[in-house]
Write a protein that binds this ligand. Structure first.
Ligand code: PLP
Length: 487
């Protein structure tokens, strides 16, 4: 049975894989991997221990701090390691709220921020903070005159990201710092998407706090950093030991921190590669435009990350489209990875005035330093075939549509392998053909009836539906999210 499953999967497996979702995460660079392996192999000492083994770990960590600080235009003493950028953003926001509230209540931010900022701001609002979102222009850039008007002596923090993850807009952080400081407000900038793609010069810009994440710049997951300018207020959110100068208790993840440092050592090299990446992005967009002249570019023409392209295709069934791309080994995103599973509207697109419909028709393509011309060609080839109707479309059916379809008496095909059948009850009258047996029973299926395929989570059924399409079955749909979605 496992052999047959492997056979079917292999037949449906893409021959090429093109990763175009670098804003979600990046592959770990060889340099980062090697330096981490060395630590895992030999340097297991706790950096807080005073004997030699511990001191060695502490020294490696301090070296990584220097490398990271150098890449960010900061001093090593101003950098704290955390578990991720989400934690770094939370740390600054919670800490400043505790320090300033109720003396000062107001935080100014932008509607373009990442959920790790927006959700925290929403939480703080419930605790009594006044959060005001400064409007942005159609390119997503903060309206600086509005910012000046909104700032007052109640404002203790201005929180604006340097580079947006969804559409790629770059903000004028030095100008924002100047305006905020004039009113005595501190500035936090989420620089997660910027490091390694555009120059980051924290001290030159005078920014007070900045946050980073290693896995966005070819480093490991599970380590972030927080920059806090010398002398600015900051208090811990996690209490315990005195690690990270008492700001972030908990034994440090030495191998991850070393990997972060190694990734930062390559920032100049990454910046050198940015123009090439931007050239490929332009080539991709031109290609898309020639296939779909009605495509709408949501990313700004100017002040944009070199790797990020967000576009809307009028009339696109996004889930279906993305599933087809996945089938051909192409990974793109419908927005930030954190919101992808919930299919939430993108705040960034909302903020620049993209309509609700166009938002559901949008995709984010983010290139990386390893993206090649061949990758772009392959992507354009598949897009062309898809939009010319030369690729089998598998209709992804939502739970609501599934229930409606039931009235039309389709053949309900349950492709769950036997051992997963106990989790979830199939609709009455379903035909059970486990995925791995489908190729043997395919000729027994009716060709004149529509077929709705389902499984537990929606992935096997998609492959099965795709297989049936390839075998000439016309009306095939796959239940999106599987039986779980019906519960
Ligand atoms: N800020 C931005 C702009 C991001 O894109 C992300 C991740 O997608 C984060 C913060 C959160 O980073 P982490 O995954 O390290 O928590």
């Amino acid at each position: 049975m496992l052999k047959q499953l492997a056979y079917l999967k292999q037949r449906l497996e893409p021959s090429r894989s093109v990763y175009l979702d670098h804003n979600a995460t990046t592959p770990v660079s060889r340099r980062a991997r090697r330096s981490m392996n060395r630590v895992l192999k030999k340097q297991f000492g706790n950096p807080s221990s005073i004997y030699r083994l511990g001191r060695k770990s502490a020294a490696l960590m301090e070296q990584a701090r220097e490398e990271a600080a150098l890449a960010m235009g900061a001093n090593p003493g101003e950098l704290y390691f955390t578990a991720c950028a989400t934690e770094s953003n939370n740390l600054v926001l919670h800490s400043l709220f505790q320090l300033f509230h109720p003396r000062k209540k107001k935080i100014l931010s932008s509607p373009m921020e990442h959920p790790s900022v927006i959700k925290t701001l929403e939480y703080l609002e419930r605790q009594g903070a006044e959060v005001v979102y400064c409007p942005v222009d159609p390119q997503g850039r903060l309206m600086l005159q509005k910012l000046r008007e909104l700032l007052d002596d109640q404002t203790f923090l201005v929180c604006v990201m340097l580079a947006n993850n969804d559409i790629g807009t770059l903000q004028d952080i030095p100008a924002i710092v100047e305006i905020a400081h004039k009113q005595g407000a501190l500035v936090l900038s989420d620089c997660v998407q910027a490091l390694g793609k555009v120059p980051v010069k924290l001290n030159e810009w005078g920014v007070d706090y900045a946050t980073f994440s290693a896995h966005k710049l070819y480093g490991p997951k599970g380590v972030g950093a927080l920059f806090a300018r010398n002398g600015v207020p900051l208090s811990p959110m996690i209490h315990g030991g005195s690690q990270e100068d008492g700001i972030r208790a908990g034994t440090e993840s030495v191998h991850n921190i070393v990997g972060f440092g190694a990734a930062c050592r390559e920032v100049d090299r990454l910046l050198d590669k940015a123009p090439r990446m931007e050239g490929l992005k332009e080539k991709l967009f031109k290609g898309i435009l020639s296939i779909r002249p009605d495509v709408v570019k949501n990313s700004p023409a100017e002040y944009c990350l070199p790797n990020t392209l967000n576009v809307s295709f009028p009339g696109l069934r996004r889930q279906e489209f993305m599933a087809v791309l996945d089938r051909y080994g192409i990974a793109v995103s419908a927005g930030s990875a954190c919101g992808a599973k919930k299919q939430k509207a993108s705040r960034s697109l909302q903020a620049i005035g993209v309509s609700d419909v166009a938002m559901t028709e949008s995709i984010r393509i983010s290139l990386g330093i390893h993206t090649t011309r061949k990758d772009i060609r392959h992507t354009l080839r598949i897009l062309k075939r898809y939009f010319k109707g030369r690729i089998h479309h598998v209709h992804l059916v939502s739970a609501g549509e599934f229930r409606k379809h039931l009235k039309e008496d389709p053949l309900l095909l349950d492709v769950r392998p036997g051992f997963t059948r106990k989790n979830g009850k199939a609709p009455v009258g379903s035909l059970e053909i486990p995925f791995q047996s489908l190729h043997r029973k395919v000729d027994e299926l009716p060709r004149d009836r529509s077929i709705l395929v389902f499984c537990s989570k929606g992935n096997l059924s998609f492959l099965a539906a795709y297989y049936l399409k390839g075998r000439g079955f016309d009306k095939v749909g796959s239940l999106e999210g599987g039986l779980k979605g019906l519960e």
